[in-house]
Design a binder for this molecule. Structure first.
Ligand code: ATP
Ligand code: MG
Length: 201
């Protein structure tokens, strides 16, 4: 399974609907400083619900909505503001089975699961904000998305995403803390946690 494309709409610096295709093996994004490269990673973290633990760069969810800047003089009172990101996963290799997708979506009506589309929308109203998740166009909860992705080995605690600064942080860690990361990647940490739970019982 791999990310086939990302569609950003009104997300951070992407004020217009933008589709970014990815290659199966390796994709590099280049561009000048401040051109929005890291915003693409933020979009993936946002849409897949990995944001909180993997350090998305925003104080609040509504900061992720495209803001044309204050210089325009537009007070921004033109109704609700919202941002949407859709991550399209190529599942043609059957990493996730149809029944796993159906289970997560709570519906048989998920279309062809060769393609798994995870979409998140954040909407700001006058006095609140709302967040919605969709799996192949079916409305779902964050936990449905997380449970499904976990079955493909993608977890919020995992190192599927290595953020800017992570590498230097790992180099500067104590050997013990570094060992914890290796345990996490190797999948040993999960069993350590289960063992601890068992001892407590
Ligand atoms: P670098 O090479 O320095 O790492 P980058 O290509 O990764 O740069 P990003 O950090 O992705 O750049 O993009 C930063 C830009 O995104 C800034 O110009 C910032 O103003 C813009 N930006 C962030 N949030 C929003 C928003 N809500 N609305 C509009 N623009 C935004
Ligand atoms: Mg960057």
């Amino acid at each position: 399974m791999y990310i086939k494309s990302i569609v950003l709409d009104n997300f951070k610096s992407f004020g217009r609907k933008t589709k970014i295709p990815f290659y199966e093996d390796f994709t590099v994004v280049t561009g000048p400083n401040g051109s929005g490269k890291s915003n693409i990673i933020d979009a993936v973290l946002f849409a897949l619900g990995l944001a909180r633990t993997r350090g998305i760069r925003a104080e609040k969810l509504t900061d992720l909505i495209y803001n044309p800047g204050h210089e325009d003089g537009d007070g921004g009172s033109s109704g609700p503001r919202e941002a949407t990101v859709e991550v399209v996963l190529d599942n043609a290799d059957g990493t996730l089975t149809r029944s796993q997708v159906v289970n997560a979506a709570g519906s048989e009506d998920v279309g062809d699961v060769d393609e798994i589309r995870i979409r998140r929308r954040v909407k700001e109203t006058e006095d609140n904000y709302y967040s919605y998740y969709y799996l192949n166009d079916r409305s779902v909860n964050l936990s449905d998305i997380q449970d499904l992705l976990a079955q493909a080995g993608i977890t919020p605690e995992g190192y599927n995403v290595v953020m800017q600064g992570d590498v230097t942080e790992i180099i500067n860690m104590t050997p013990y803390a570094r060992r914890e990361i290796i345990d996490e990647i190797a999948g040993v940490a999960e069993f350590d946690a289960k063992k601890e739970d068992a001892f407590e019982e």
